[in-house]
Design a protein around this ligand. Structure first.
Ligand SMILES: [Zn+2]
Length: 188
């Protein structure tokens, strides 16, 4: 795969449907002095606070791409696995310290449990569905279904292992077929 590094089209595409129609949502943050005579804010430098690359064909976020300076670049260690990989669905549990989970009920419960289980990297990259959770002493056992992209079962397990914020147990791991390429795929 190393020969693909120099070829932008290898990674500058949707990892799911391989479309090259991408857009980026950029959120800026700025603090400016206000001119007391005119009310016009002074010139300043906008700080990029957050940016997300999305595919215009399938509308999914692209966690293998990131804005760096004035252009979008790939995240090493992630793009090859995601673009060349296939989706894997894991049924698993992650046992974490209860302090890692802000709230385990209500509308933000699932999000907070996912974050507690897989942290920032996993929350950005994985599709997760929290099935249920159990409290055991000071710990929470989170039962989840996770979809992630990898080139082999072993790689999928390693990625899950790396993202897990506590003891990980994978009860099943199955390869799914890749979504069809964007040409034959309007939206899903
Ligand atoms: Zn796409």
């Amino acid at each position: 795969m190393n020969e693909m590094n120099g070829d932008r089209s290898a990674w500058l595409r949707c990892y799911r449907c391989w479309s090259q129609s991408l857009e980026i949502q950029i959120h800026y943050d700025a603090i400016r002095r206000v001119d007391p005579e005119t009310g016009v804010p002074a010139e300043g430098i906008d700080e990029v606070q957050e940016s997300v690359v999305q595919c215009l064909d399938c509308m999914h976020d692209q966690p293998h791409l990131v804005l760096q300076g004035d252009r979008v670049v790939p995240i090493e260690d992630r793009w090859e696995r995601m673009v060349a990989g296939t989706p894997w669905v894991a049924s698993c549990t992650v046992t974490v310290d209860q302090d890692r989970v802000e709230t385990c009920s209500g509308p933000e419960g699932a999000e907070s449990l996912t974050y507690g289980a897989f942290g920032e990297a996993g929350t950005r990259e994985f599709f997760t569905h929290v099935r249920f959770h159990k409290h055991a002493d000071d710990e929470i056992v989170v039962h989840l279904l996770v979809e992630l992209y990898a080139r082999s079962a072993q790689e999928a397990s390693e990625v899950l292992e790396e993202a897990a914020q506590g003891q990980l147990e994978i009860t099943s791991l199955a390869e799914e077929s890749r979504p069809p390429a964007h040409a034959s795929d309007e939206a899903h």
